[in-house]
Write a protein that binds this ligand. Structure first.
Ligand code: ISJ
Length: 366
């Protein structure tokens, strides 16, 4: 073989080498699967109700692979491949069952598969509360719900659901959101008089729509996937939805990536019963209620500054009961088992009228 450009390449030799390598990769993947199965048996021997899926370990595996990678494959691409290998290894013992905000084809399903891999069993739910209920009842292992979008802000319904729930947060996943304008095969661009989508997606594509379809009626529906389903059978309608919905309903793209901001992304939370140990790059989420008195917010924030804890998000929600006068949702970097974070939480607990730690979990890797 020669590195000189344009030198003749022995195609047969290259293919023989690829076959050899595939044989080795196959053997190694199965050896890995065997190890993962043995880990599962160790876990079962220690505890009959053991949870096989370990978010902190998976985050460490992916980060290590990304750090080791020397190319030519991109580190994110390599991590995605390993994500699927781990998902298949875990499914040998017990596929993870995940409820997500449906219907099928939503960005939340895409987030669930990005986080757990394609071997997970994913079940669509009609509403965010249903995802919470399904996990609480033990019908599934985890739930996936959207929590904030970089253009449109917070998903209040998800935050509110945590107030009364016993569930915590086991992970997060961030998804780049690309919206497309989709039509059935009989609809022409100049005939589109009605566009269906979720209100958040309309908001994320407002400028593009004003410029290209100022006169089309905008009809809000419960999800992008529902919008895609509707246009499948309607002649003069288009939907704004993502890749999964386009594929699921076999729709044509009239325009791609029509979101107003190129960095448009949504953060999703993995909810469950599990307390996740430290992985080294963790986040913690808490809900704090403060008494309605002057300086309350300052009192709450001051210990974060003193302990040098990096806050990544602060949201305020109106209280739904007398005790919870102001309710703050706070995310910050660090794990509750780190002494610095434990000291911070002790102080916040003293100043607040209520403190609920929703969980410490690995920062999204992919
Ligand atoms: C093998 C383990 O169990 C599961 C499978 C993993 C893997 O395939 O690497 C990692 C974490 C767990 O979800 C483990 O805990 O080490």
């Amino acid at each position: 073989m020669s590195d000189t450009p344009n030198a003749p390449v022995d195609l047969d030799a290259l293919r023989r080498r690829i076959d050899e390598l595939d044989g080795e990769i196959l053997k190694l993947i199965n050896e890995r699967a065997d190890c993962a199965q043995r880990v599962a048996h160790v876990k079962l021997a220690e505890d009959a109700d053991a949870v096989f899926y370990r978010p902190e370990r998976e985050a460490q595996v992916l980060r290590r692979i990304m750090a080791l990678n020397q190319g030519p494959l991109d580190s994110e691409e390599v991590a995605r491949l390993f994500r699927e290998i781990m998902s298949a290894c875990l499914a040998l013992e017990q596929p993870v069952k995940v409820a997500y905000l449906g219907p099928e084809g939503t960005f939340t399903q895409q987030a669930a598969l990005k986080h757990f891999g394609e071997s997970a069993v994913s079940l669509p739910m009609a509403a965010i509360d249903e995802v919470f209920r399904e996990v609480e009842a033990g019908a599934v292992n985890y739930g996936v719900v959207p929590v904030e979008n970089s253009t449109e802000g917070v998903v209040n319904h998800t935050l509110d659901s945590f107030i009364d729930s016993s569930l915590g947060i086991c992970g997060e996943v961030v998804l780049r959101i690309h919206h497309h304008l989709l039509v059935g095969e009989t609809t022409r661009r100049d005939k589109v008089s009605r566009i269906y989508s979720h209100p958040q997606s309309f908001a994320q594509c407002r400028k593009w729509l004003d410029a290209h379809f100022p006169h089309a009626e905008r009809v809000p529906v419960s999800s992008n996937a529902e919008a895609a389903r509707l246009v499948k059978t309607e002649w003069h309608s288009a939907a704004i939805a993502g890749d999964m919905a386009a594929k699921l309903y076999d729709l044509t793209r009239l325009a791609e990536k029509i979101e107003d901001r190129p960095d448009n992304s949504t953060r999703f939370l993995i909810i469950g019963h599990q307390d996740v140990p430290m992985c080294g790059e963790d986040k913690t989420s808490i809900i704090v209620a403060m008494r309605n008195q002057p300086g309350a917010l300052h009192d709450l924030l001051e210990p974060f500054h003193r302990h040098q804890v990096d806050m990544t998000r602060l949201e305020t929600r109106p209280s739904r009961s007398g005790v919870w006068n102001y309710v703050f949702f706070i995310d910050f970097k660090g794990h509750r088992d780190e002494p610095r974070v434990a000291a911070l939480l002790d102080e916040v607990r003293l100043r607040a009228s209520e403190l609920k730690v929703l969980g410490s979990y690995p920062q999204g890797v992919l």
